[in-house]
Design a protein around this ligand. Structure first.
Ligand code: AMP
Length: 279
């Protein structure tokens, strides 16, 4: 993937020392440019999609389902950051402070983590991607635009009060790493808004005693992350709106209601049936 090389070059040329770069979101200039050489037309390659939406809206759930269906990697920059946090690498301590306050990691660090992930994938023969959690700033979106083409941007939407409840109910099994949700969302219709029901996603018995809450899923940090999303990432939605690439998707409920509807609007129902028939 020529784009990986360009992203790697961009990351290398833009990042100063990792320590200095860990805070703030300094604009990167002279970065990759609008190079179009090496870009493959969409019909000759796998999909290159971006998932947008507030933290906790369900990007990971739907992006990972689609990635399995379309056989492309689901790349969540939040996971890359958490892997780095769990390591003994030099960035771990400073990233912890930033992430636990719900703030954004610098563009330099996130681009560098993403480039490394794409390079690893490229070595394994991966192509295409569904990005989740990236881009989160207009600067990141411009950088991505400078290195490769994004075919479509799926913008997941859900009421903010429900998002807070979902984030507070989120749990991860410390052993198998699977995600669950203990929250039972049952919001009645009001002020012209439809009712929403989302059943909890409960863990099997053997995961129950190993459940952990993410450090950034506390009430205070979740609200801070939502505030930062509205400030920094809402403009990313506008960026892609101007390019006519955004598919807005209001989640009608939990997975049983939302997944078939999402497949329908993406015109992927046949693909799902084919996969089930050949499974
Ligand atoms: P997430 O799991 O997507 O909510 O990401 C967890 C945390 O990782 C965020 O709160 C940020 O601190 C950091 N992070 C993930 N993706 C990005 C990004 N694209 N830009 C900056 N920080 C990010």
């Amino acid at each position: 993937m020529a784009a990986v090389q360009r992203l790697l070059r961009a990351a290398a040329s833009s990042s100063s020392s990792g320590a200095a770069a860990a805070t703030g979101t300094r604009r990167m200039t002279g970065f990759a440019g609008a190079e179009s050489r090496g870009r493959r037309p969409a019909q000759d390659r796998n999909v290159q999609w971006v998932f947008l939406g507030c933290p906790g809206v369900g990007k990971g759930t739907y992006a990972s389902r689609l990635s399995r269906l379309l056989a492309v990697p689901h790349i969540a920059t939040g996971d890359l950051v958490r892997d780095e946090l769990a390591s003994t690498g030099p960035l771990a301590a400073q990233l912890k402070e930033i992430v636990n306050q719900g703030k954004l990691v610098s563009d330099e660090i996130i681009i560098s983590l993403l480039s490394k992930r794409l390079k690893k994938g490229e070595e394994k023969g991966e192509s295409g991607f569904i990005l989740d959690g990236f881009p989160r700033t207009v600067n990141q979106a411009e950088i991505l635009d400078g290195v490769t083409d994004i075919d479509m941007v799926v913008n997941l939407k859900l009421r903010e009060d429900i998002i807070v409840q979902k984030c507070l109910g989120r749990r991860i099994c410390g052993q198998c790493g699977k995600n669950f949700n203990l929250a039972c969302i049952d919001v009645k219709a009001e002020n012209g808004l439809p009712p929403i029901y989302m059943s909890p996603l409960l863990p099997p018995k053997n995961c129950m005693s190993k459940l952990k809450t993410r450090d950034d899923d506390t009430d205070e940090v979740v609200r801070n992350r939502l505030r930062i999303y509205n400030e920094m990432s809402q403009p990313v939605e506008d960026f892609y709106q101007k390019q006519g690439k955004v598919l807005e998707f209001d989640l009608p409920g939990g997975i049983p209601e939302s997944w078939p509807k999402l497949l329908q609007v993406l015109n992927l129902e046949d693909q799902e049936e084919l996969k089930l028939a050949t499974a």
